[in-house]
Design a protein around this ligand. Sequence first.
Ligand code: NAD
Length: 454
Amino acid sequence: MSTHADVLILGGGSAGYSCALRASQLGRSVTLIEADQVGGTCLHRGCIPTKALLHAAEVADTARGAEGFGVRANVTGIDMPTVHAYKDSVVGRLYTGLQGLIANRNVNVVRGTGHYAGDRTVNVDGTAYTGSAVVLATGSTPRVIPGIEIGGRIVSSDEALRLPEVPTTAIVLGGGVIGVEFASIWASFGTQVTVVEALPRLVAGEDPWASKALEKAFRKRGITVMTSTRVTGASQNSDAVSVEIDGDATLTADVVLVAVGRTPNSAGFGEAGIDVDRGYVCVDDRLSTNHDGVYAVGDLVPGPQLAHRGFAHGMFVADQIAGLRPTPVTDALIPRVTHSTPAVASVGLNEAAAREAHDEITTLVYDLAGNGKSQILRTSGGIKVILAGRNGPVVGVHMVGDRIGELIGEAQLMVGWEALPSDVAPLLHAHPSQNEALGEAMLALAGTPLHAHS
Ligand code: NAD
C-alpha cells in the first residue's frame, strides 16, 4: 500500500472518519491513521455508550414508577454486568458496521499513533505517510483539575462508563453536559448524587431558563446541586474519596467523577509549526490551518465539542479538498441536546445573545402542562421560543422535558430557515405528540393561540 494519499487523515473519530468516507466518495485516495479504534470517543467512550446507559436508567425509572400507571413491578436492583453487556452490544454492532463501511469505501486504515511532522507528513512507527492534503482530527480527552489525579475512586467519564457496580454515593465535579448526564444515570440507578459546579448554574452554556428548570427537576429527583462552588482538592483511601470545596468544607462519597471539560489532543502540532492557541488549533472559516493544505476538524477547533459538528467538519473539509466550495459549518446553528432526565435541548441564540444581536426580541414559554403527550408521559418542563422583533424570525428554541431532545429537528429547521411563526403555525402537528408543544408555541406567537391562556 502506498504511503502517499490524496487525503491523509490523522484520527478516526467522528470528524476524521466522516472526512474519510466523503473524500473516498469523491474519488480521492484516503489514508486514515488511528491509534485505537475507528469511531473514536463518540462511539467507544462518549455519545453512544453514555446514551445506552441513559436508556437503561430510563428503564429503571419507568419500572420504579410503574405502579403509578397501574403496572405492578418490583425493581430489586441494577445488574451492572448486564447493563454493560447491553451497552457494549450497541457499541459493538455500530463498530462492526462502521468498519465495514470504511472497508467498503477503500479507505486505507493505518493502526498506530501518528505524529504530524510538518510538510504534509505524518510519522507512524518509523514510516512517513504523506498527503496532498492533511486533515488533523485527533479530538479531545477529559480535562483534569490540577491536584486531582484520575485513578482509583476518582474517575473521568472514560472510567465512569465501565464502573463494575452502582456507587452508593457519588460526587460529580462539573455541572456541564457530561456531569449532568452521569448525575442523571446514577440517580436513576439509585445512587445518592451531589453535583458541584463552579458557575452559578448547571449547563451554563444554555439559556438560564433551561438551567433553572433542570435544577428544579434534579432537586425533585433527590440530586443535590451545589452551584457557585469550586472544588479545590481531593484525597482517597480504600473506603471512600473526599473532596475539598472552596478550601474548607469536605464532601465524601464512593466515587468522584471529574467532568470539567475536554482538552484538545494537539500535543506536538505547535512544535511542527501549526498555530495553536490554548490547545486549540487555529483555523480560518474554511478550517484551514496556517500550513498550506493542512486542515483541522472537530474538537481540535474552538467551538462546541459535539460529534455532529465533527461529522459536519469532516464532510466540509472533504468537499473543500475536492474543490466543491461547500458552505462553512455555522456553530450557532448546531443543535445541542443534553440527554438527562429531564433532557435539555436547544438551537440558536439564548435570550442574552438574542438581546445583544437584535434591537427588540419576543420570548414565549409554552408549558408542557398543556401538552397531552407530556401529561401521558408524566413529564413537566417547557419550550421557550425567542423571536427577533415582534413577529420573527425564530432565532432560538430552548426545551426542557423528558424525550424533548427528539423535537430538536423541527426547532433546528425553524432557526436554520429563519422561519416566522406565521410560516409554521399553519403546519399541522400530530396529536397527541410532544411536537404539538412546538406547534402551540408557534400558534401563540402568530397571534392565534389554541391551548394557551393568552
Ligand atoms: P462542560 O464545559 O460542558 O462543563 C464543565 C463544567 O465544569 C463547567 O460548567 C465548569 O464551570 C465546571 N468546572 C470547571 N472546573 C470546576 C471545578 N474545579 N469545580 C467545579 N466545577 C468546575 O464540559 P463537559 O461536561 O466535561 O463536556 C465536555 C464536552 O463534551 C462539552 O463540549 C460537551 O458539550 C460535550 N459533550 C456533549 C454531550 C451531548 O451532546 N449530549 C455529551 C457529553 C459531552
